[in-house]
Design a binder for this molecule. Structure first.
Ligand SMILES: Nc1ncnc2c1ncn2[C@@H]1O[C@H](COP(=O)(O)OP(=O)(O)O)[C@@H](O)[C@H]1O
Ligand SMILES: [Mg+2]
Length: 243
């Protein structure tokens, strides 16, 4: 069990219901306890409908739990108002989705700068330099001024990863980030997440359906019907990175 200062995230008895108080109320997460350390590289797996996206949205402060507590960087979030949650999300969480949600009217570099602009306004020289450095880190420095729809699916997902890193998050969340990529490109994107975790010192929690990809992570958390049924350290000597 890691010390509190080493924890980026802790869940205690976290529950989530949809349609609360309505006839179609349904509890999707049934009291989860989970700790993510500052350098964890963890896969979240489980059947479709088991609650993975719900859990990621709650962890990413995009949605509220129904009960239980979620600590981010040691701070309890249940008593926070929306302003406090938005500020904490902006400063500590990066999010990558299956579909990259890039804006095709903007260049790659302006897409990377988007979270910065939302929180801090017009980017200054330093912000633009940082965005360029991030594009270089994901292998796209040549494409800074290119629109996303002129790039491949893998390149677009790399822009989304650079965008998620512009605010230097302590926790990078990714919901099936390789779900619509071919297996070679998916493996490359996973290697990029690994590099990001090692070089930027952030924790990474990724949802994937692909057991070959989850095996390349340090830890596999298995969610079934809204309960964590296993949480294991992977023996990476046995992991085969698919190509
Ligand atoms: N906004 C919503 N309203 C009602 N039910 C929902 C909503 N979002 C998801 N669900 C239900 O919650 C369950 C878990 O969904 P989800 O978190 O998307 O699972 P996964 O990502 O593992 O496929 C499913 O039964 C789904 O139908
Ligand atoms: Mg999902």
């Amino acid at each position: 069990m890691s010390d509190t200062v080493d924890q980026v995230l802790r869940l205690e008895g976290l529950r989530k219901s949809y349609n609360l108080g309505l006839p179609n109320e349904v509890e999707v997460l049934h009291g989860l306890d989970l700790t993510i350390g500052r350098n964890d590289f963890a896969a979240l797996i489980g059947p479709s409908g088991s609650g993975k996206s719900t859990l990621l949205n709650v962890i990413g402060l995009l949605d509220r739990p129904t009960s239980g507590e979620l600590f981010l960087l040691g701070q309890a979030t249940s008593g926070m108002d929306d302003t406090g949650r938005t500020a904490l999300r902006g400063s500590s969480i990066g999010f990558v989705f299956q579909f990259h949600h890039l804006i095709n009217a903007f260049t790659a570099i302006d897409n990377v700068l988007m979270p910065w602009m939302l929180t801090q306004g017009k980017p200054d020289r330093r912000a633009r330099d940082k965005a360029r450095t991030l594009l270089a880190a994901v292998g796209l420095e040549k494409y800074a001024d290119t629109k996303p729809n002129q790039l491949s699916g893998g390149q677009q997902q790399r822009i989304a990863i650079a965008r998620a890193l512009i605010t230097e998050p302590a926790l990078l969340l990714a919901d099936e980030p390789t779900g619509n990529l071919d297996s070679q490109t998916a493996a490359e994107v996973f290697e990029l997440f690994r590099r990001v975790q090692q070089e930027r010192g952030c924790a990474v929690l990724l949802v994937t359906h692909d057991p070959r990809l989850s095996a390349t992570c340090d830890r596999t958390i298995n969610l079934v019907d809204g309960r964590i049924v296993s949480d294991t350290v992977n023996n990476r000597d046995e992991a085969v990175i698919p190509h």
